[in-house]
Structure formats: structure tokens, C-alpha cells
Design a protein around this ligand. Structure first.
Ligand code: MLT
Length: 264
């Protein structure tokens, strides 16, 4: 189930579970393949699920000082090529969604569907770009404080008190990310281009998952963005922040399954 591939001579670790049509899961910033544990267990009863530790995250090492979304997409492509898989659906959580869009841009012939899970096709605003620099300084000062605060902020505040186990699980996974990995991802996210044109161009289904209480990507902006999609599915999670698959796993998995049936 745990497998290894290579990208630019570095080991890339991933989970490969189930049989059938292929679904690729890409974690977000400070995540790892393992963050999708429940989603993998659910979807792998009907699909072959590949969840990859992106460069600088989980147990995949850093590949450079800045991990552009294109570099991470090339890493995903290397894994999929090593498995000789040609067509798949990609589900990307937040930063994983930015990587999925870079993938859609560079390798369009491989996609059967794309899900932006708490993610956006727009580039960082000027304010967000300055926040990335501030974050780099915070990580340099204390990685532990930075990661813990960042992860807590991904959950809806009202969910924190009864999702203690899930918060701890996400914090433990975030600890695996090295200081260099965090900084490389922050550079990559800051410099990514807008890819909203893709949403209106592609014929395959595109899903957006939106959390009403998401403090990272405001729900209204994402709802507006979803209007651009030609063949769309939208899941609006009223009670969740930026971690829907941990905050409302049941609802999320049943909607992801509907979306996957539409793709295949
Ligand atoms: C993530 O969860 O991947 C990040 O919060 C995305 C971002 O900071 O833009």
C-alpha cells in the first residue's frame, strides 16, 4: 500500500489503495498523503486511490528552495507515469488544488475530472503575498508555534472543541514538514499564476468544495468563482472551515462519490 517513486532523483512516497478507476488525492500545505486516511478508506472500496506526499511534505524530501506549483505537478506526473496510469480524476485540497490546476494546465490529456477542495484558481492578492513573507519569518522564528497555529486556523472555530482528535491528527502530520519544506511551499504558493481560464475551458467535470466558515478562502469569493465552471458540481459545507473532509467526512465522501460517478 505504501509505495515509492522517483522525481529528480529523490524518493516520492505515496499510498496506493483499491482497484479500478483512478482517483489522485493531493494534500494541502503542511499536509501529507496520510491526512486523507478516512477518504482513502472510503473511496478505495470503489476506486484505486493514489495519495502522494508532495515535495517537502510527509516523507518526500525537498527538491529545491522554492516548490512551484508546476514543479509539484511534474512530481505528480512522474508518480502517475511510473504506475503507467493514463487517465484519472485529481482531488486537491487547498495547495493541492493549486497543484491540480497546474497539472490541468500542463498535462490536460490525463484528466477525467478535477476537484478544488477548499481551493481557488486565482493567484494570491498583494496582501496575501505580503502575508507569505510574514509567514516565512514566523516559521524561521518557531516552526512549532507556526504549524500549530496554522493548523488550528484551518478548522472552523466552533468545531475545535469537539474535533480535538482531528486537530491533533492534523498537527502531528504537519510536524513532518521540515522548515525548508514549509518555506519552499510558501514561495511556490506566493508566485503561482491565476488559472481561472481553465475553469471555463475544460469539458470534464469540475467540483468545488466550499466551507462557509473558511477563514483562508472566503466562501462568497469561491461561490462567485464557481460560476466560471462549465461542467460544475458545488458542495457547500455550512458548518465547516478549511478542512471539510475532517470536519464533515460523511457528507464529503458521499458528495465526492457522486462527483466521481459523473467523471467516469
Ligand atoms: C493550504 O491549506 O493548503 C493553504 O492554506 C493554502 C494557502 O495558504 O493558500
Amino acid at each position: 500500500m505504501l509505495k515509492t517513486s522517483y522525481f529528480k532523483k529523490e524518493k516520492v512516497n505515496f499510498i496506493d489503495k483499491g482497484k479500478g478507476r483512478v482517483v489522485v488525492l493531493l494534500h494541502g500545505f503542511l499536509g501529507a498523503a496520510q491526512i486523507w486516511e478516512k477518504t482513502i478508506d472510503n473511496l478505495s472500496t470503489s476506486y484505486r486511490v493514489i495519495a502522494i506526499d508532495l515535495p517537502g511534505h510527509g516523507s518526500t524530501p525537498c527538491i529545491g528552495y522554492a516548490h512551484s506549483m508546476e514543479l509539484m505537478a511534474a512530481c505528480v506526473k512522474a508518480v502517475m507515469d511510473s504506475l503507467k496510469l493514463k487517465k484519472y480524476v485529481i482531488i486537491g485540497h487547498s495547495m493541492g488544488g493549486y497543484v491540480a490546476l497546474a497539472f490541468a494546465d500542463r498535462y490536460p490529456d490525463h484528466l477525467k475530472g478535477l476537484c478544488l477542495f477548499h481551493s481557488t484558481a486565482y493567484a494570491d492578492s498583494d496582501e496575501k503575498k505580503s502575508d507569505r513573507w510574514r509567514a516565512i519569518n514566523l516559521v524561521k522564528a518557531s516552526k512549532t508555534v507556526y504549524t500549530k497555529n496554522t493548523i488550528r486556523n484551518l478548522f472552523a472555530t466552533k468545531n475545535l472543541k469537539y474535533l480535538k482528535e482531528e486537530v491533533l491528527f492534523a498537527v502531528e502530520i504537519a510536524k513532518q514538514t521540515s522548515k525548508q519544506g514549509i518555506i519552499a511551499a510558501l514561495h511556490g504558493m506566493r508566485d503561482r499564476p491565476s488559472r481561472d481560464l481553465i475553469l471555463g475551458l475544460v469539458e470534464y467535470p469540475v467540483m468545488m468544495v466550499i466551507g462557509e466558515l473558511d477563514t483562508i478562502l472566503p466562501a462568497e469569493q469561491l461561490l462567485e468563482q464557481s460560476q466560471l465552471i462549465k461542467n460544475k458540481s458545488v458542495l457547500y459545507l455550512e458548518h465547516d472551515g478549511h478542512f471539510g473532509f475532517l470536519e464533515s467526512p460523511k457528507q464529503t465522501h458521499s458528495e465526492l462519490r457522486k462527483f466521481l460517478r459523473k467523471c467516469y
